[in-house]
Design a protein around this ligand. Structure first.
Ligand code: SIN
Length: 563
């Protein structure tokens, strides 16, 4: 799939096809029918499905316990309660997505959601109950209570435990922990596996008939994020180097309420806290969301995040507060045991104290462009979960739709890749492939300093509010850093992660520059307030072709626009 080219640029990240040198004659090999990269909800669900068709190898850069999924608190949005319907869930998702959702993708999510939840229950997941019924919570943008949760506020942990248990007991499925995928391997424009680095065995080539990318998002590109240290955008950057089409990289969702205590990790304070009735107040106790939107604290996330930012500026404060002091006695602790414990570890008692919060980077809405089978534009490569851009979330993701996305589109990717692996013969088996990179004479680099500088730059210039001149400046600074960071060939994960982060930071700044008007989570302070968005919704798109970055636009269904 091509794009109509609107602009073409090049720097070091465009000329580098692989981040490492390798020679298949001197490297260990693994052969598999389907390779799954990543072990969050989407990767695990894809691997379980694909194993019905053939041998599956799942890689994860650390352990099965470490992913954005395992930190998810709120829950899984699915049509479950009396009075709800797939049409209602469809409409809520579309409305929140600010007109950019791909309706077929949304339809698939809402229709298949309940069956995917049933399956989790059959695999032993225990959702919280009220009496005989599963308890449902409301979150921003949902017109009815629809969010299922487990362990109060540890839905992600319960989900990963359930899927890991299922995966570990599945025949045909091999799990490789501490295995960092450096790059997708392509031969004649087809993905044939990946070049990996294992903590114990070093470089290996995993040859696969079909490959599924499910390596999650890139919150770690920002100084302030809810994401774990693993979220460095590796899947997106390696897909770019391999020539796959990516879209909407400017669409980063900022979660409105992350704990703000100096020195503490920016841990999520779930939207479900507002769903259960907590207020957002400023330092004077004023409930500012009532003025900002008719749904007050339960307005869509982009609106709440921007209103908080505005209030912080107006009151010259570093944060606002969640107020749950009016909850009936014992209710907060019972419903949110993890958040209660977290707050108490900083001497904050949510039943008596205000909880200081502010927005931080949370979820990458854009990603690798996929069709309804989760196939990318690169032959042999599928993508699902946060790394993918299926068009499901449009310009703003509906709360708690992401775990369901991982289940529904993970199962789709696993099924389609599994089927194709049995139908299509691998066009390339283990064969001689090698890649050399000219050696560098430059000095040692302080990788942590580069990563921290990038995070500050992205937070300042590609955060909640953006301006064209700052986005240009961001790209120029990153390109300057790229001159010497991409001159190096690293042999450790930290180095490859920083190279991935720089690759993606530049693409995100370029995409945010390209979309010169505000839409959903993408807020351009330099766009005139009364500017109308284009009459037809369009996605920004980017790919790497012939050693340059090519930018363009796709239509609402993620198909190339015609001039
Ligand atoms: C939350 O619990 O607020 C996060 C859930 C989500 O990102 O959808």
């Amino acid at each position: 799939m091509g794009i109509v080219e609107r602009s073409v640029m090049a720097d070091q990240t465009d000329t580098r096809r692989y981040l490492t040198e390798f020679d298949s004659a001197r490297t260990g090999h693994i052969l598999t029918d389907v390779l799954v990269i990543g072990s969050g909800v989407a990767g695990l669900r894809a691997a379980i499905e694909a194993s019905r068709f053939g041998r599956v190898t799942l890689t994860t850069k650390r352990t099965l316990d470490e992913s954005s999924t395992s930190l998810a608190q709120g829950g899984i949005a699915a049509v479950w309660g009396v009075g709800d319907s797939p049409d209602r869930h469809f409409q809520d998702t579309l409305r929140t997505g600010a007109g950019l959702c791909k309706p077929e993708a949304v339809r698939k999510l809402v229709d298949q959601g309940p069956a995917r939840v049933d399956e989790l229950i059959a695999w032993g997941m225990e959702f919280d109950h009220q009496g005989e019924s599963i308890q449902l919570t409301t979150e921003g943008g949902h017109s009815v209570p629809r969010v299922l949760h487990a362990g109060g506020d540890s839905t992600g942990r319960a989900l990963i435990n359930t899927l890991s248990r299922k995966a570990r007991s599945t025949a045909n499925l091999r799990i490789l922990e501490s295995c960092f995928v450096i790059d997708l391997l392509t031969v004649e424009d087809r993905c044939v596996g990946a070049v990996t680095h294992h903590a114990n065995y070093g470089h290996q080539i995993i040859w696969s008939n079909q490959t599924i990318l499910a390596g999650g998002g890139c919150g770690r590109l920002f100084r302030e994020t809810t994401n774990p240290p693993t979220a460095t955008g590796d899947s997106l950057a390696m897909a770019y180097r391999a020539g796959a089409l990516l879209a909407d990289l400017e669409m980063v969702q900022f979660h409105p309420t992350t704990l703000y205590v100096a020195g503490a990790a920016r841990t999520l304070i779930s939207e479900a806290v507002r769903g259960e009735g907590a207020y957002l107040v400023d330092g004077d106790g004023f409930r500012f969301m009532q003025e900002a939107h008719p749904d007050a604290e339960l307005a869509p996330r982009d609106i709440v995040s921007r209103a908080i930012r505005r209030r912080m500026t107006e009151t010259k404060s570093n944060c606002v507060y969640l107020d749950a002091r009016h909850f009936p006695s014992g209710q907060f602790e019972a419903r949110f045991p993890g958040i209660t414990e977290l707050c108490r570890s900083f001497q904050i008692d949510p039943t008596r104290d205000l909880i200081p919060v502010r927005p931080t980077a949370h979820y990458m809405i854009g990603g690798v462009v996929t069709d309804s089978d989760a196939a990318t534009t690169l032959k042999g490569l599928f993508c699902c979960g946060e790394a993918a851009c299926s068009g499901l979330h449009g310009a703003n993701r509906l709360a708690s739709n992401s775990l369901l996305e991982g289940l529904v589109f993970g199962a789709t990717a696993g099924e389609t890749a599994g089927q194709r692996a049995t139908q299509e013969d691998a066009t390339v088996g283990p064969t001689r492939v090698r890649h050399e990179i000219p050696s560098s004479t430059r000095t040692e680099l302080d990788l942590l300093d580069i990563a921290n500088s990038l995070r500050s730059l992205m937070w300042r210039n590609v955060g909640i509010a953006r301006r064209g001149d700052r986005l240009d400046e961001t790209r120029e600074i990153i390109e300057f850093w790229n001159h010497y960071v991409f001159d190096k060939v690293f042999s450790e994960v930290d180095g490859w992660e920083v190279q991935n982060m720089l690759t993606l930071g530049r693409l995100m700044a370029a995409a945010a520059r390209e979309r010169s008007f505000s839409l959903g989570v993408h807020y351009r302070v330099d766009a005139p307030e009364d500017q109308d968005p284009p009459p037809t919704p369009e996605h920004t798109a980017v790919r790497r072709a012939d050693g340059v970055m090519v930018q363009g636009w796709l239509d609402q269904s993620l198909a190339p626009l015609r001039d």
